[in-house]
Write a protein that binds this ligand. Structure first.
Ligand code: SF4
Ligand code: SF4
Length: 424
């Protein structure tokens, strides 16, 4: 079935002519993938979970820039991710699938990663957008909001709004325009606290259960992730009951929850008991350490690792794979290794003054999901391409595919900088 690319497709330029230089870059991409030998490319996503190899790209539950999402999906499919998690929106899902298929056309033998949609059962940090009216912004504001935004989702241009203002424009009059580019905002919240005039507000939303059900019935959606706040389970139950019939169409149900201390395991047990009668596929717990912070720096990953260590040590936790997220970046795998949790089936240690040993038939931690950090390292290449070529399909510029892939591979299994002998 041909996939449609609903938004922005018409404004993309026609495919560039492939020349010998492009062919060379394309060959470099193939060589890079072959040289690195990504194990997950030849194993199924569920096998990766069992081995502790699983890598998920989080496009962002609220990130809806379909051009970037398509290109990110292409690059990370080449890099061998097991799953691509995106907003529960039909255009976004189509963009992810189109990126995956474009990557598979480039390399031929790639297996398809699972496509996961993210929804929420209640208010949640991942499901909000920043909003302000640029007309209300003082013209002399130094615009810190624009500077802190990691998604380039705030654009402020000074425009003359009348003939008279145009005449005096050089004198600094006019109005600020654009504001938040809604489809790029993923709700990280970093702009909220920096506005000296308190102009920015958060607009939260809950994904509609009926629309989610429709998406789950599509044959190009393989998994669903339900974000829950861990404080109460009534809203989870309501959403689960509404999704009941469509859940049987997916391979995996993930539940993303924050660390709520001693309550975490009992909340997981309650949620599992709600799901159990209609759960006929794999299930996974996404341990959300420090939400939307992986791009900040090395320390951001500590909370996710600590969360994983605590959960791995619980012997009577409910069934399901464990996967970490929230603050994950290039330091996460080394952190898991230090904690003895990378691709390991047993762990010994001391928890609450008691010695423990936990053994499992499969890896105790199924894998890692990367969001802001993954988007940042490849996003730099996408932005560079856009500055030269405008909105474009990255496969039309194989030199950028090669550059972006080298970045993406850094996240795969915590590899050191790819040294391949292949030069640009
Ligand atoms: S919430 Fe985050 S992504 Fe959205 S505009 Fe503010 S800084 Fe940018
Ligand atoms: S920091 Fe506040 S006042 Fe200044 S441009 Fe941004 S939203 Fe407007």
């Amino acid at each position: 079935m041909a996939l449609s690319f609903a938004c922005n497709a018409s404004i993309l330029p026609q495919q560039v002519k492939v020349n010998s230089r492009s062919t060379k870059y394309l060959q470099n991409v193939r060589n890079l993938v072959e040289t690195i030998g990504i194990p997950s490319i030849s194993s199924s996503p569920d096998e990766s979970l069992r081995k502790g190899n699983w890598v998920k790209l989080i496009c962002g539950a609220s990130f809806e820039d379909v051009v970037d999402i398509r290109n990110l999906s292409l690059v990370y499919t080449l890099a061998g991710v097991d799953c691509i998690d995106c907003a529960a929106d039909a255009s976004v899902v189509s963009a992810v699938n189109e990126g995956i298929e474009a990557a598979r056309e480039m390399l031929g033998s790639l297996r398809r990663p699972w496509v996961m949609i993210s929804v929420n059962d209640d208010e949640d940090l991942h499901f909000r957008k920043a909003e302000f009216d640029p007309d209300d912004c003082p013209l002399d504001c130094s615009r810190p909001c624009e500077m802190v935004c990691p998604a380039n989702a705030i654009s402020l241009e000074r425009k003359a709004s009348s003939e008279e203002e145009f005449t005096h424009f050089i004198g600094g009059r006019g109005k600020l325009q654009v504001g938040v580019i809604t489809e790029r905002c993923y709700g990280c919240g970093r702009c909220f606290g920096v506005c000296p005039f308190d102009k920015i507000r958060a607009v939260t939303y809950v994904r509609d259960a009926a629309a989610t059900s429709q998406l789950l019935r599509r044959n190009d959606v393989d998994a669903v992730e339900i974000h829950t706040n861990g404080r109460q389970t009534d809203s989870f139950k309501d959403l689960w009951n509404n999704l009941e019939d469509s859940i049987r169409h997916v391979e995996l149900v993930a539940v993303s929850l924050p660390d709520v201390g001693d309550l975490t395991v009992s909340v997981m047990k309650t949620i599992h008991s709600i799901m159990d009668p209609h759960l006929h596929c794999y299930n996974l717990w996404q341990l959300d350490g420090r939400p939307m912070s992986g791009d900040i720096g090395r320390g951001a990953t500590r909370e996710a690792i600590a969360f994983a260590v605590r959960l791995a040590a619980v012997r009577d936790r409910p069934h399901g794979f464990l996967q970490i997220a929230g603050g994950t970046n290039s330091h996460t795998v080394s952190g898991l290794k230090k904690a003895g949790l990378f691709q390991t089936t047993s762990i010994s240690g001391n928890w609450r003054g008691e010695m423990f040993t936990v053994n499992s038939q499969q890896a105790l931690i199924g894998g890692v999901a990367y969001g802001g950090y993954a988007r940042k390292i490849v996003g730099r290449v996408l932005a560079e391409m856009q500055s030269h070529h405008g909105l474009a399909h990255i496969e039309d510029y194989p030199n950028y595919v090669f550059k972006a892939l080298k970045e993406a591979l850094l996240l795969q299994k915590g590899r050191e900088k790819a040294s391949t002998g292949i030069t640009l």
